[in-house]
Write a protein of this length. Structure first.
Ligand code: SF4
Length: 115
């Protein structure tokens, strides 16, 4: 998560290998920065990957939890936390995932679609 200490500098956004970080007020998509052309939701319905989703925050840069892999599979450390000048990119205590879960998510986000 990004806390309300964020100064909206934008430094973290380009560093995310999953495009999980968006500017406050901006819509996000599953397909942005991933190979996801469509996503099956918990209720069984299918969403187009490029369908615009409501911002998680209107005031600060935000991280989409479903796209965040804590940089597993890409980098040794979380890139947003590494570049944030005010150290407001922090783990979400309400959304803890194991390394295995994060690597599985990374594979899902970036799986090449077979022709
Ligand atoms: Fe906010 Fe930190 Fe990202 Fe800058 S790097 S936009 S302060 S979360």
């Amino acid at each position: 998560i990004i806390t309300d200490e964020c100064i909206n500098c934008g430094a973290c956004e380009p560093e995310c290998p999953n495009t999980a970080i968006y500017e406050g007020g901006a819509n996000w998509t599953w397909s942005g920065g991933t190979h996801l052309q469509q996503v099956e939701l918990e209720d069984g319905s299918v969403l187009a990957g490029d369908a615009p989703q409501e911002p998680v925050s209107n005031d600060f840069y935000y991280i989409v939890p479903g796209k965040c892999t804590e940089c597993k599979g890409f980098h040794e450390e979380r890139q947003c936390a590494a570049v944030c000048p005010v150290d407001c990119c922090v783990p979400d205590p309400d959304y803890e995932e194991t390394e295995e879960e994060l690597l599985t998510k990374k594979a899902w986000l970036h799986a090449e679609v077979e022709a």
